[in-house]
Structure formats: C-alpha cells, structure tokens
Design a protein around this ligand. Structure first.
Ligand code: SD4
Length: 337
C-alpha cells in the first residue's frame, strides 16, 4: 500500500487536497473548475495506484468499463492489502470470502458475493454481467461459475491473514475499526473496513463503476456487505453519474445508499451534497450507531465533478485525469474529531 509519509499537504478551494509527490512537486487543483475528461476516482489511498492502472485504458481512448476492472484488480492482487481481494482477512471460521460488483454505461451490471478461492472477484462479476442472464451469483455457485470460466482456484488465506485470524480467535471481539487507512498498523487492530470503489468517465463521456472488498474482517460466515449489492455499494446511471460506498455495509444497504446518491444528483445536488444527504439520513435513523461506525460515499456526475462525504473524519479518495495522476482528497465528514 501507499507510503503515507510521501504525502505532501497543500490547500485548495473548498477541500483539503493531498498530492502524492513522487517527484517532490505537489500539484494544486482548483476544485471549482469542471475536471477534464476522461477521469477516474476511487476510494482511499490505495486508489492512487488503482487509478493509475485505470488511466492506462482511459488515456488511450479505452472504455470506462475496462478501466475500472483493470484498476481495482491492483488492490485485489496486493498481498499487503487485507481488506480487498486475495489477501483479504477471513471470516470468523477462517474462510476468505470476497464480494464485488461492476456496472457499465448501459445499466448492465454483474456481481459476486461470498465467493471463495478466486483472487479477482471483479473479473468474475464482469463475466456474470456479460455471459449470464443474471446479476448476482453467490458462494459455491459463484466459485463454480468462475472455475468454469477458466479462473484458477487458489487458497487465499495468507500466512499473515491466518495469524491475524488466530490472534482474533483469542478474544473473538467483533468491533469494526473506523478509518483504518489513516491508522498506523497496530497489532490486533483488525482492519475491518476498506473497500475499493472506483468510478470512471471515458473520453466518450461514458460512465462505469466497480467495487470490490473482502468485507468485514472475521465476519459471520455467509455475511454479505453492500459492495456486491447494486444500488447499495455501487450504482451508475450514464445520464446522471455514479456513486460507490465504503464502511459498514449494513447501513448502506438499509438506505439503498449509492442509488440514492445518484438520484439526488439527478435532482440537481452536487456530488458532495448528494453524498452528504445520504450520510445524514443514515445518522438520523440511527444516531447512536452512527457515532461508532464509518460510512462514506464517493460520487461523480456526468460532467466529471466529484465529491465525497462520510460519517467520520478520515475518508479520502484518489483522483486521476490529465491534470493530476496522483491526488488524494480529504472528504468532508459529519463528525470532525
Ligand atoms: C462491507 N462496505 O462489506 C464493505 C466494507 C468496507 O470499508 O467498505 N469497508 O460492508
């Protein structure tokens, strides 16, 4: 994952923007101007590298669907990333089960939930979309479909994940940790949440999105979060924009979160205001729960304007287009402690 010490903080209109400077030169973005298309945005700091992979497709005139699939495969393959893909932490019984969804500019979508033994669930989700009449395959059926499509079956439980799980078994304390991407690695701090959600607009102006995660660490066997649920963890409407989410998926599902963000943008809300409205609804319904958890939404509209909003401080998203290849933006939040 990205080394946070390389970050250089700069200020910009309306938002705190952090440019990750490989060359020691930080870039300043004027957030008030409409970004140049194509563009790709994604959740958390691991989104920087994922965006750069997606950019290879977008910058050469490729389709946003290909870009988002290629982009999110980077954290899916990252052996140090215990919240997405092949090195994800297991459920409470020691099984690594993954969730992913993808959606294109035509409203086509595909997803897999609680899939096991397959390192790239996003690519299986795409094939569910393209090769079956269905939207969502789960569990053994999803794995069977993947194998039939030529995916390799692998044991995904890494030695590090196994050690963390065995450590967790000593207490079996189930407590979602807030904003793990901003925390230092602490032994026993179980990196419960972090999903990559990615939204891209290609040179033709078409929007696609992808979302992939290992879900809550040490979750109940069979638990499925928001990420593979179309309208919850991901939603795209090519006339309006797209949205994706991260955090405690149960609250996102309860509020049909990403669908609602897109519908609010349809009514004229800015991406950030749309995300904020949905976060506020989650807080209003369960104020006591909301104090303890993180939920964040990320959105982009048809013009390429983007924004985010979260319950807790610390939700960041990465932006990549012709002007900036490596920018991290601090999303605003309800609680600012
Ligand atoms: C889930 N939303 O399974 C995912 C996890 C996540 O940041 O986003 N973590 O509930």
């Amino acid at each position: 994952m990205y080394n946070r010490r390389k970050f250089l903080k700069i200020s910009a209109a309306g938002a705190s923007i952090i440019a990750v400077s490989k060359s020691a030169f930080a870039k300043s973005i004027n957030k008030t101007t409409t970004p140049v298309l194509p563009i790709v945005i994604s959740t958390w700091n691991f989104g920087i590298q994922a965006n750069q992979e997606a950019w290879k497709t977008l910058s050469t005139g490729g389709r946003s669907l290909d870009a988002v699939e290629a982009g999110v495969k980077i954290p899916e393959a990252d052996m140090k990333n215990h919240t997405v893909g092949r090195a994800g932490y297991p459920d409470r019984d020691g099984h690594v089960t993954l969730d992913a969804s993808i959606m294109d500019e035509f409203g086509n979508c595909g997803a897999v939930a609680a899939i096991e033994y397959i390192a790239h669930p996003i690519s299986v989700a795409r094939l569910v979309m393209e090769k079956t009449p269905h939207v969502l395959l789960v569990g053994e059926g999803a794995t069977q479909f993947a194998v039939e499509q030529g995916f390799k079956k692998e044991d995904l439980l890494t030695p590090e994940s196994k050690a963390a799980w065995q450590e967790w078994l000593k207490t079996e304390k189930y407590a979602p940790v807030i904003d793990i991407e901003n925390k230092q690695e602490v032994p026993g701090d179980h990196h419960n949440h972090d999903t990559i959600g990615m939204l891209a607009i290609d040179a033709k102006g078409n929007i696609s999105g992808a979302c992939t995660t290992s879900g809550m660490a040490f979750k109940l066997r069979g638990r499925v979060g928001d990420s593979p649920i179309i309208g919850a963890g991901l939603y795209v409407d090519n006339e309006v924009g797209g949205a994706t989410s991260t955090g405690v998926g149960e609250e996102v599902i309860r509020n049909a979160g990403s669908f609602l963000v897109v519908e609010l943008m349809r009514q004229g809300y800015s991406p950030e205001d749309a995300c904020k409205e949905v976060v506020n609804r989650i807080i209003k319904k369960k104020p006591d729960t909301a104090k303890q958890i993180q939920v964040g939404f990320l959105a982009i509209n048809k013009k390429g304007e983007h924004g985010a909003y979260a319950i807790q401080k610390g939700f960041q998203y990465a932006v990549c287009n012709q002007d900036t290849q490596d920018t991290l933006i601090n999303g605003k939040s309800f609680y600012n402690l």
